[in-house]
Structure formats: C-alpha cells, structure tokens
Design a protein around this ligand. Structure first.
Ligand code: CP
Ligand code: NVA
Length: 308
C-alpha cells in the first residue's frame, strides 16, 4: 500500500476528502455514545509530534486523538533534535521511520514537510506550515456542515491576511465545489501561484480589497490573526488589516444565518470583536473541538485502521 501522507487538501479529490471527514464523523458519533475499551484501532501505534512553533489546539487534539484511538504520542521539538544541529531532513525521516508509525509536524518551511514525506516510509501529517494548514480546514468543513448543511454550492467569505489557513481554504474550494470570496489588502493578497492553481482546477474564487463586498450574502465569514507565526512586520500588518476586522457591521451584510469561523487563537479587538466572537453566529469553539474529531479521521486513515 502507498504510504498515506496528509500534506495538503490539493493532494486529495473531493471524494477522498469526504471519505476522511466521514471517518472523523463516525468516530465523533462513537465518542458521543460513550467510550468502549475495545475501540482501540491504533493500539500499539506511536505518533511522533514535531513542533518547531507553538500550538495549543494542534498539540492537544493530536495527542488526545491518538490516545482515544488506543495509540501513543511522542513530543519532539526541532531544536532538541539533531535536526537543529544540521542532521538532514532525509536522514531524520529515515531514522524516525524505524521507530514510530507516523509523524505529525508543525514547522514554517513547507518544503521541509514535503521532504520529510519523500524520505519517510511512514505517514507524515502537515500540522501547519507557513504555506498551508490542511488539518484546520478539515475541522472547519466539518463544523460548517454540522451547522449549515452541505458546503457544496455555498458561499464562504474570507477577510484579512491571505495566509496559510486561507490557502487551504482555496484548496478545499477547488475540491468541494463552493464559492470562496477573498478580501485582503493588495499587499497581503493570495499568492499568484495559488490563484493560478485554483483557476486551473476550476475553483470558484474571487478576490477583492473590500471586506463588505466579500461578506455580502456569504454563508460563513472567516478571518484569522493579523500576524501569523513567522511574520515580523507586525505594525505594518496591523495598519493594513484594520479595515478587514469582523465586527457586527460586517456580519450584518452576510446571509442572515451566516456563521463566524476562526481557527483560533483569536486576537480580540484586532481581527474580530468580542461581540462577534461571543455572539450567536460564532461557532469557533465547535471548530476547535472538531480538530479532535477530524484529525482522528486523518490518523485512522493514514495508519490504515479498520474501515479507513
Ligand atoms: N488553530 C490552530 O492550529 O491552533 P494552535 O496553533 O493552537 O495549534
Ligand atoms: N495563520 C496562523 C494560524 C495559527 C493557527 C499562523 O500561521 O500563525
């Protein structure tokens, strides 16, 4: 069997993404019905979690997810490993493949993750790079559909920095057939390669500099922090992104049943107001919870658990 990596949503077809989501949803339903000691499909399996950058949700949800499936985790940081002293990524991949069953990695350099996958004989999962954040968008799609039904044919608005989270939304739009309206300042607009990929894949994407234009009639309004990990021009970004804040006025032009989503951590008073974060349209904590369920689906699939 081909090694099952989870690197980017663009690597999967719409049907494959649906399959992974369904595994996660089944595991979620099972968990709701109560834990059964015999449901340990990943018993004896070990996930190495490599974190070069901080994390709350990704770290805890992968750790708990793996334990709930009967497996174990090992927490590593790039700095503590010989990787931090110049051991090659390829050799690190070969060595880890002899000890553990899968690797989940968060690091800024996307090429490092793809190189790790190239040389590992075990699954590699992208836990966020500066380029994409596919696990997040699996949880986001799950959350949207639980609240508003199928995402196919719906309109999703993104306002703010066209960052890693947005890039994975673009991949999802191409695969799951929904419209994505992006509003960002020209300086922080989506990369031209990403947009040309989307065009080539037939994705329904529009790009504007006006947050209100993007949010108008949308079924979900999404934003993210103004300053991502690895960004250094904080003051400039804050000024550029002020007009893209999600507040009551912006939510007011979206569909009346629109939901508000944010991958978290949120910077209240910057990209989103308290009123929206804590308001009736916000589903941000369901979204955070769904990281656990969606990733259990990803882990079960990557590790070839029964029915996955
Ligand atoms: N949304 C997300 O990935 O959160 P963490 O940075 O806390 O993992
Ligand atoms: N865009 C953010 C997401 C954090 C989960 C970052 O990369 O820092």
């Amino acid at each position: 069997m081909k090694t099952r990596h989870f690197l980017d949503l663009s690597d999967f077809s719409g049907a494959e993404i649906r399959h992974l989501l369904n595994i996660g949803l089944e595991l979620k339903a099972k968990r709701r019905r109560g834990k059964k000691p015999k449901d340990r499909p990943l018993e004896g399996r070990v996930l190495a979690m490599v974190f070069d950058k901080p994390s709350t949700r990704t770290r805890v949800s992968f750790d708990v997810g793996m334990r709930e499936l009967g497996g174990e985790t090992l927490m590593l940081t790039g700095k503590e490993m010989q990787l931090g002293r110049g051991e090659s990524i390829a050799d690190t991949a070969r060595v880890l493949s002899r000890y553990v069953d899968a690797i989940m990695i968060r690091t800024l350099d996307h090429a490092m993750v793809t190189e790790l996958a190239q040389y590992a004989s075990i699954p590699v999962i992208n836990g966020l790079t500066k380029t994409t954040h596919p696990c997040q968008i699996m949880a986001d799609i799950m959350t949207f559909e639980e609240h508003r039904g199928s995402i196919q044919g719906r309109t999703i608005a993104w306002t703010g920095d066209a960052n890693n989270v947005l890039a994975s939304w673009v991949h999802a739009a191409a695969r799951l057939d929904f419209t994505l309206k992006i509003a960002s300042p020209p300086e922080l607009a989506p990369r031209p390669e990403l947009l040309s990929w989307a065009k080539q894949e037939g994705a329904k994407i529009s790009v504007t500099t006006d947050a209100f234009e993007a949010a108008e009639g949308a079924h979900a309004v999404i934003t993210d922090c103004w300053v991502s990990m690895g960004d250094d021009d904080e003051f400039r970004r804050q000024n550029l992104l002020k007009p893209y804040q999600v507040n009551g006025r912006l939510m007011g032009v979206a569909d009346k049943d629109a939901i508000f989503m944010h991958c978290l951590p949120a910077h209240r008073g910057e990209e989103v107001t308290d009123e929206v974060m804590d308001g009736p349209q916000s589903v941000v904590f369901d979204e955070a919870e769904n990281r656990l369920h969606a990733q259990k689906g990803i882990l079960a699939w990557c590790l070839g658990a029964a029915n996955a």
